[in-house]
Design a protein around this ligand. Structure first.
Ligand code: NAD
Length: 326
C-alpha cells in the first residue's frame, strides 16, 4: 500500500496478529495492537498495545477509535482437540467479539475491515475422503460447517457481508487453511498439528515412538506465516469483497507431514496411532483459482522450507528450557 495508514490489529498478542503487526510496521504504518495478552515469545512491534477484552462493547469502541483499517483476528481458538471440546465458549466469545467489533468499526467510521475466517466453514460432506477435491469459495453453501467454531465463522462472514450491503462498510473476508510458523503455540492444548509434530519430533530420541492423532491418513494443506501475512495485506488493499481462500494447495497426509519433519530433525521415528483422538474432517485442500485471479499472487514458501524454520524455532525453545540437549 502506498499510503501510510492507522491500523488496528486485534489478536495482536496471538500468532498471526503478532507477525502481521510486525509486517505492517515494516511497511511504515502506524499500528495499534489489542489483545487479552501480550505476545508470548517476543515483544510487540505495535506503536500502541492495549490489553482489552473485546467481548465487551465499550472495549471495541475504544479499540476502533481513530483508525483507518481494522484487521480483526481476535478469537478464542486452538487446534482440533480444543475446538471440538469447547464449542459453547468458543461460540459465545467469538460471536460477541465479532458482532461488537463490526458495529464499533461502523460507528467509528473505519474505512476497511478485514475478518479472519477459516476453512472450517466448508461443508463436512465435501471433506470425507482423504483424496478430497480442493474447496472453492462458492462451495460454502448449502452450509454444514465444523460444529461450533465453523458455524460462528460462517455467521460472522455473513455479518460482514450485511454490513457492506446495509451500511457501505468495506469488508474483506479471508478463509485461512492451516497457517503455521515460528512464534506460534506449540504445546498446552491449543497448538495445531505442524507445531505439535515439530515438538514431538524435537523431544524424541532417534528410533523412539511418537503418538499420531488418528490413523495418519487424513490430509491437509499448510501455509507458512510469511505468505499468510502477505496475503492478508494484499487482500485488504484489493477491491475483493467476497470471502477468499488463503492457503497452500499442496495436500499431504499427516503421515507424510511427520516424515518431512523427521527428515528435517534427522531422526528415524516409529508412529503410534491413537484412533480415539479428534482429527476433524478426513481431507481438506484449498482451491487457489480465485486467489490467483484476484490478487495475482499465491503463497510462495515451500512446505519444507517453512517446516524447517518452524522446527528449528521450536527445538530452540525446548533447548532453552533444558528439555533437550542435542
Ligand atoms: P491465536 O490464538 O494465536 O490468536 C488469537 C488471539 O486472540 C489470542 O492472542 C487471544 O488472546 C486473542 N483473544 C481471544 N479472546 C479475546 C478477547 N476476548 N479479547 C481480545 N483478544 C482476544 O490464533 P491465530 O492462529 O493467530 O489466529 C488468528 C485468527 O485467524 C483467528 O481469528 C483464527 O480463528 C483465525 N484462523 C487461524 C487459523 C490458523 O491456522 N492459525 C486457521 C483458520 C482461522
Amino acid at each position: 500500500m502506498a499510503n501510510k495508514a492507522r491500523i488496528l490489529v486485534t489478536g495482536a498478542g496471538g500468532f498471526i496478529g503478532h507477525h502481521l503487526t510486525r509486517a505492517l510496521k515494516a511497511e511504515g504504518h502506524w499500528v495499534r495492537g489489542v489483545d487479552l495478552k501480550q505476545p508470548e515469545f517476543e515483544s510487540t512491534g505495535a506503536d500502541e498495545f492495549e490489553l482489552l477484552d473485546l467481548r465487551r462493547w465499550e472495549n471495541c469502541q475504544k479499540a476502533t477509535r481513530d483508525v483507518d483499517q481494522v484487521y480483526n483476528l481476535a478469537a478464542n481458538m486452538g487446534g482440533i482437540g480444543f475446538i471440538e471440546s469447547n464449542k459453547a465458549v468458543i461460540m459465545h466469545d467469538n460471536v460477541l467479539i465479532n458482532i461488537h467489533m463490526l458495529e464499533a468499526a461502523r460507528e467509528n467510521e473505519v474505512d476497511r475491515y478485514l475478518y479472519t475466517s477459516s476453512a472450517c466453514i466448508y461443508p463436512g460432506g465435501l471433506q470425507d475422503d482423504p483424496d478430497v477435491t480442493p474447496l472453492e469459495e462458492d462451495q460454502a453453501y448449502p452450509a454444514d460447517p465444523e460444529d461450533g467454531y465453523g458455524w460462528e465463522k460462517l455467521f460472522s462472514e455473513r455479518q460482514c457481508r450485511h454490513y457492506t450491503e446495509d451500511y457501505g462498510l468495506e469488508t474483506r473476508v479471508v478463509r485461512f487453511h492451516n497457517i503455521f510458523g515460528p512464534l506460534g503455540t506449540y504445546e498446552g492444548g491449543r497448538e495445531k498439528s505442524p507445531a505439535a509434530i515439530c515438538r514431538k519430533v524435537a523431544l524424541a530420541q532417534d528410533n523412539d515412538e511418537i503418538e499420531i492423532w488418528g490413523d495418519g491418513k487424513q490430509t491437509r494443506s499448510y501455509c507458512y506465516i510469511d505468505d499468510c501475512v502477505e496475503g492478508l495485506q494484499r487482500l485488504m488493499d484489493s477491491d475483493h469483497r467476497d470471502p477468499l481462500n488463503l492457503g497452500q494447495d499442496r495436500m499431504l497426509s499427516i503421515d507424510e507431514l511427520v516424515d518431512i519433519v523427521c527428515e528435517i530433525g534427522g531422526k528415524s521415528l516409529k508412529k503410534r496411532y491413537d484412533l480415539d483422538k479428534p482429527t476433524g474432517v478426513r481431507g481438506r485442500n484449498s482451491d487457489n483459482s480465485r486467489l490467483r485471479k484476484t490478487l495475482g499472487w499465491v503463497p510462495q514458501v515451500t512446505l519444507e522450507r517453512g517446516l524447517e524454520r518452524t522446527y528449528r524455532w521450536i527445538r530452540d525453545q525446548l533447548r532453552k528450557q533444558g528439555r533437550i540437549d542435542d
